[in-house]
Design a protein around this ligand. Structure first.
Ligand code: PMV
Length: 347
C-alpha cells in the first residue's frame, strides 16, 4: 500500500481572473487530503471515502464510473468525488503504461469540499502520486501537477486553471499565469480561514463571470484590474525575506490588496452574504485584509491576522460555521508511507 498526501490552498489573489490569462497567487495551507492506494489483482477500482462528505461512502466499479455505483449518499457529491478519482486513476494508468491496473483506494480529507480550498486538486494530486508509486513509477511534483491539471481539466470540462493543482503539488506560495507556473519564496503569512459550511458551483460561477466579461467592457476591465493587483501583490511577496516573519508594512499592503481584490470579485457577482459577513467580521476584528477564496458563491474566506482576534470574531459571526488558523504548507505532495508496491509484487 502507498499513502500520499497533498495540501489544500487559499487564493491570496487572482481567482477567476486566472481563467482569462491573468496571473494568480495561491498559497498551500496545512489542511491535507490523504489517499491510500493498493494494487489489485484485477482491473477493478474500489473507492472508500472518509470525511470527504458528511457520510463517507464506498463504491466499487470496473473500467470507469460511467455506470454510477449504488451508494446511499447524494448523487452529485458521489459523482463529483468519483469523477476526480476516476480521472486520477486514468492519469496514473497512463503514466505507468498500465491500462488495466486495478486499485483499492481510500480517501481521507480535512479540506472542506468545494469551498475554495482546493479539495479536489489535493485528492487528485495525492491520488496520482500514490497510484503511480504503487505501479513502481515515481513522478516529480511538476509532472504530478501537470497530470492532475489534465484530470481536473477533463472533469471540469475545460474550465479549470493550473492554479489549484500546481499549488497543491508544489506547496508554498506559487504564481500561475496560463501555462507558466512558478514557485515564490514567500514568508509564512498568518492566514485565518472562515467557512460558511456551504459550497459554490465552480462551473456556474466561472460561466457567470465569462458571460459578464463578454457582455460588458467594464467587467473585462475588472478582470484586468484583478490581474494588476496580483502583479503588485506578488512583487511585494517576492521582495520579502522568506525566512523572517512578515513585516507589519508587508501585511498592511497585502491586506489592502486583498480587500481590493474582494471588492472586485464582489462586483463580478461571485461573493455571497455569508462570505461578505465573514470578510467584514475579519476586517472589524483588525485583520490586515480579507477576501473570499476560490470560486465564491459560498465556502471560505481568508484573512491575514497574526493575533487570535479574527478567529474569535469569525466564530461569533452569523453564517460562519467554522474558523481556523492555517499555516502555509511549505511541502506539497508527499509520500506518507510505502509498503509492498508493484516492485515486490512483480518479482
Ligand atoms: O473554488 P476552487 O478552489 O475550485 O477555485 C476556483 C478558482 C477559479 O479561478 C474560479 C477557477 C480556476 O480553475 O482557476
Amino acid at each position: 500500500m502507498t499513502v500520499s498526501s497533498a495540501p489544500g490552498k487559499v487564493y491570496l489573489f487572482g481567482e477567476h481572473a486566472v481563467v482569462y490569462g491573468e496571473p494568480a497567487v495561491p498559497c498551500a495551507v496545512e489542511r491535507r487530503a490523504t489517499v491510500s492506494v493498493s494494487l489489485r489483482d484485477d482491473d477493478h477500482v474500489r473507492v472508500r471515502a472518509e470525511d470527504l462528505s458528511l457520510n463517507g461512502f464506498t463504491v466499487e466499479y470496473s473500467g470507469s464510473t460511467g455506470t454510477r455505483p449504488d451508494v446511499d449518499v447524494p448523487t452529485p457529491l458521489v459523482e463529483a468525488a468519483m469523477g476526480y478519482i476516476d480521472a486520477a486513476v486514468e492519469q496514473a494508468r497512463d503514466a505507468a503504461d498500465a491500462p488495466d491496473a486495478g486499485f483499492d483506494i481510500t480517501v481521507e480529507s480535512d479540506i472542506p469540499l468545494g469551498a475554495g480550498l482546493g479539495s479536489s486538486a489535493a485528492v487528485v494530486v495525492a491520488g496520482i502520486d500514490a497510484a503511480t508509486r504503487e505501479l513502481g513509477v515515481e513522478l516529480t511534483p511538476r509532472e504530478i501537477a501537470d497530470r492532475a491539471y489534465q484530470a481536473e481539466h477533463k472533469v471540469q470540462e475545460g474550465q479549470a486553471s493550473r492554479a489549484d493543482t500546481f499549488c497543491s503539488a508544489m506547496g508554498g506560495a506559487v504564481r500561475v499565469e496560463g501555462d507558466d507556473c512558478r514557485t515564490i519564496d514567500a514568508p509564512a503569512l498568518p492566514f485565518v480561514i472562515g467557512f460558511d459550511g456551504g459550497a459554490g458551483d465552480t462551473g456556474a460561477l466561472v460561466s457567470h463571470v465569462r458571460g459578464l466579461r463578454d457582455q460588458y467592457d467594464f467587467a473585462a476591465d475588472t478582470v484586468e484590474t484583478i490581474g494588476n493587483i496580483v502583479r503588485r501583490g506578488e512583487k511585494l511577496l517576492s521582495e520579502a525575506d522568506p525566512d523572517s516573519d512578515p513585516s507589519e508594512e508587508l501585511l498592511e499592503e497585502l491586506g489592502e490588496f486583498m480587500n481590493f481584490n474582494h471588492g472586485l470579485l464582489e462586483a463580478l457577482g461571485v461573493s455571497s452574504r455569508s462570505l461578505d459577513s465573514m470578510v467584514w467580521a475579519a476586517r472589524e476584528a483588525g485583520a490586515y485584509g480579507a477576501k473570499l477564496t476560490g470560486a465564491g458563491g459560498g465556502g471560505c474566506t481568508v484573512a491575514l491576522d497574526p493575533t487570535p482576534e479574527t478567529n474569535t470574531a469569525l466564530r461569533f459571526t452569523p453564517g460562519c460555521e467554522d474558523a481556523f488558523r492555517a499555516e502555509l504548507a511549505t511541502e506539497g505532495v508527499r509520500v506518507e508511507s510505502e509498503e509492498t508496491g508493484a516492485t515486490e509484487r512483480d518479482q
